[in-house]
Design a protein around this ligand. Structure first.
Ligand code: HAM
Length: 421
């Protein structure tokens, strides 16, 4: 029979490799909790219109990368390509806008984008993200950046660069757009076909194009930071003030425009050079108009999301260690059928008492069981035969020291011996 393979650009993540994923998700939840964030879970698929309105009609994500499908009643849905639009929808739909502000939520989700798979880029990928609503000042921008920075450092990732830019607001963006379109028109002949089309629809996207000739043109293009209104300039200065006082290093990078349409003012990325072509481990920014755009009352928002596979690549590059998952504390090796039954009872009791315990269910010989216990890395082995059942006592062998201690065949007695040795 021909074997069935997983879809291109997806992953099977199998133990023990899942240990690092669990560690990252747990660390994310711990750090987010310390920063006052609670978890939010939203559906894997949403009405297609949410992403058209939320992420933007002219973005690559919406135009080229969405997995869409019709359900049996002809409604059109999309697998989420990101988390922010869904979080905003959920906040509005569940009346959370009237909760005490700021609202702070984090999520660990899978996302779907039809992209060309490569190291650090897949079609189903995983994000840790966080969103904050209701705080318009630069203190909120600083808090989000500080959360991302704390988390990345807590994972043991070093050599990370923080790039920041401001892409202005609806007040100052039109004048900037005009200057940019004028400049791009003067260089139109050198632009790729996609960017020629983008020029009218969404000229900011041209600045993000990976095509060599486009990026050369982008490098000399007018910069958003030179066209900010006073409010946006003050906001950026205030953020710089927070960062300067905090010891989080950063650089102003006028080339960051981000690939999604909802951003206003602050945008930022954390980059780990050396992990490959996809070196942006975190992307985020402010999106003060999105709540209103999705039907809520006006409320500023800011957030970020990080790609878990890219974080793992960065951890590997830095030699970051994760705590060893706890191994088998006790392996019970029965000899014969009555002993096997007895072993199952003892092991169940120990498991209920919180001990990681195992016993033979493969019918292995005692020698093969000892070999298997060794492979499992079991710290102790308890051998049970007919005479042990009769006396209610057995020898507990410490696999590291080979030391043997007699113990009563009773869950509580075994636990007390294990914890005191
Ligand atoms: P994004 O820049 O599209 O932003 O994605 C955030 C991060 O997700 C990227 O920096 C990258 O680490 C990871 N990522 C994106 N696409 C892929 C992929 N195909 N394979 C692997 N990893 C990927 C957002 O998604 C925004 N929702 C972030 C945000 C939250 N902005 C405000 N709030």
């Amino acid at each position: 029979m021909e074997k069935i393979k997983k879809p291109r650009g997806t992953m099977d993540i199998i133990a023990p490799d899942t240990a690092v994923w669990q560690y990252i998700e747990k660390t994310a939840a711990d750090v987010a909790h310390r920063f006052g964030f609670g978890e939010i879970r939203t559906p894997t698929f949403e009405e297609l219109g949410l992403f058209h309105r939320g992420v933007g009609e002219t973005t690559d994500v919406v135009q080229k990368e969405m997995y869409t499908f019709e359900d049996k009643e002809g409604r059109v849905f999309a697998l989420r390509p990101e988390g922010t639009a869904s979080v905003v929808r959920a906040v509005i739909e569940n009346g959370k806008q009237s909760d005490p502000l700021p609202l702070r939520y984090f999520y660990n989700i899978n996302c779907f984008r039809y992209e060309k798979p490569q190291a650090g880029r897949s079609r189903e990928f995983y994000q840790f993200g966080a969103e904050m609503f209701g705080a318009a000042g630069a203190g909120a921008d600083y808090s989000m950046i500080s959360l991302a920075d704390t988390f990345i450092k807590e994972l043991g990732i070093t050599g990370v660069e923080l790039h920041i830019n401001s892409i202005g607001c609806p007040n100052c963006r039109p004048a900037y757009r005009e200057a940019l379109v004028k400049y791009l028109r003067e260089n139109e002949a050198e632009l790729c076909d996609t960017c020629k089309a983008r020029l009218e629809q969404n000229p900011l996207r041209v600045l993000d194009c990976k095509n060599h000739s486009c990026s050369e043109i982008a490098a000399k293009a007018p910069r958003t930071v030179d066209h900010l209104c006073d409010e946006c300039k003050d906001h950026l200065d205030a953020l710089k003030g927070y960062l300067d006082g905090s010891g989080i290093g950063y650089e102003i990078d006028p080339h960051i425009v981000r690939g999604l349409d909802y951003y206003t003012r602050t945008v930022f990325e954390f980059i780990v050079p050396g992990i490959g072509a996809q070196s942006t481990v975190c992307g985020g920014g402010r999106y003060d108009g999105l709540m209103e755009q999705l039907g809520g009352s006006p409320m500023p928002g800011i957030g970020f999301a990080m790609g878990i596979t890219r974080l793992i690549l960065a951890m590997e590059q830095c030699g970051a260690k994760i705590p060893e998952p706890a191994g088998v504390e006790l392996y019970v090796a029965p000899m014969g059928a009555p002993a096997a039954k007895f072993a199952s009872k003892i092991v169940s009791e120990l498991r209920r008492l919180g001990v990681c315990a195992d016993f033979d269910i493969m019918g292995r010989s005692l020698k093969a069981q000892m070999k298997y216990a060794d492979k499992l890395g079991a710290k102790r082995v308890l051998i049970i035969g007919d005479s042990e059942i009769e006396s209610g006592m057995a020898m507990l062998k410490n696999m590291q020291t080979s030391e043997q201690t007699e113990v009563a065949l009773d869950g509580a007695a075994i636990v007390s011996l294990i914890t005191n040795n």
